[in-house]
Design a protein around this ligand. Structure first.
Ligand code: KIV
Length: 280
């Protein structure tokens, strides 16, 4: 029988305790959430990466709360078993705890998410405390945090030097103490992420952080070959769906031009209307 018990944030901590790897994937709409959930992932991230792979921006910075709300609702309409984590966009939590609370509340109440994700530590820690105290599970995000791409000067590997690796570990411990149920580690050397993972009770979810994390998150479009503008080294192409789509649509265009589509089996005749069940 199909198991439909929804995954909750504490389940991911329990998975780490059992030594089970955690699988996270982004999804941004009803069909992608349906496929991702059918693949049996533990959590779906409605990432602000949608700004790049769905909306065509160069970075995640322009993404708004309304964008994430719109896509989170679509994902939740697929009724996934996986935990739905909504990303909090740039400037929806950094300005203050009250505003962060209102915005996170909307992602949960109106969007249907069961957790939110924020980037960074330091000034973000009291916000994590405030949200978790209100019953909103929060995932952290350290390393290359894409909302800070302008400050980093590009998509650069983080925590390369010893003192930066030490700071990353300090931030990770602080996020755990503030109540985060997990932490994404993005673009950091594998040795650093493995060491951080060993130090924490909560799971680390890597992307470009090597195999030593407690789980992995990847972007739907990167795994399927649907985002051809940029091919990150950390993403493996499991399919070339972009090429398949291009080829299928070119055939469609060619058949319309040649007059071979619509064909007889795609055509409704007057006589079909007399028996409405005869044409589907
Ligand atoms: O927005 C996103 O998809 C993310 C992942 C890169 C972790 O934050």
């Amino acid at each position: 029988m199909e198991q439909r018990q929804p995954v909750r944030a504490p389940d991911l901590i329990a998975k780490k305790a059992r030594g089970e790897k955690i699988v996270v994937l982004t999804a941004y709409d009803f069909p992608s959430a349906t496929y991702v959930d059918q693949a049996g992932v533990d959590a779906i991230l409605v990432g602000d990466s949608l700004g790049m792979v769905v909306l065509g921006y160069d970075t995640t910075v322009p993404v708004t709360l309304e964008d994430i709300l719109h896509h989170t609702r679509a994902v939740c309409r697929a009724r996934p078993r996986a935990l739905v984590i909504a990303d909090m966009p740039f400037l929806t939590y950094q300005v203050g705890a009250d505003e962060a609370m209102r915005n996170a509340g909307r992602l949960i109440q109106e969007g249907g998410a069961a957790a939110v994700k924020v980037e960074g530590a330091g000034p973000v820690l009291p916000i994590v405390e405030r949200l978790t105290a209100a019953g909103i599970p929060v995932m952290g995000h350290l390393g290359l945090t894409p909302q800070g791409v302008h400050g980093f000067g590009g998509w650069k590997i983080q925590a390369r030097q010893k003192e930066h690796a030490r700071k990353l570990l300090e931030d990770a411990r602080a996020l755990e103490a503030a109540g985060a149920f997990g932490i994404v580690l993005e673009l950091i050397p594998a040795e650093v992420s493995a060491a951080v993972s060993q130090e924490l009770r909560i799971p680390t979810i890597g992307i470009g952080a090597g195999p030593g994390c407690d789980g992995e998150v990847q972007i739907f479009h990167d795994l399927l070959g649907l985002y051809e503008q940029f091919r990150p080294r950390h993403a493996k192409r499991y399919a070339e769906v972009g090429s398949t789509i291009r080829e299928a649509l070119s055939r469609y265009a060619a058949e319309v031009r040649a007059g071979t589509f619509p064909a007889e089996e795609n055509t409704i005749h007057q006589k079909d209307l007399e028996d409405p069940t005869s044409w589907t």
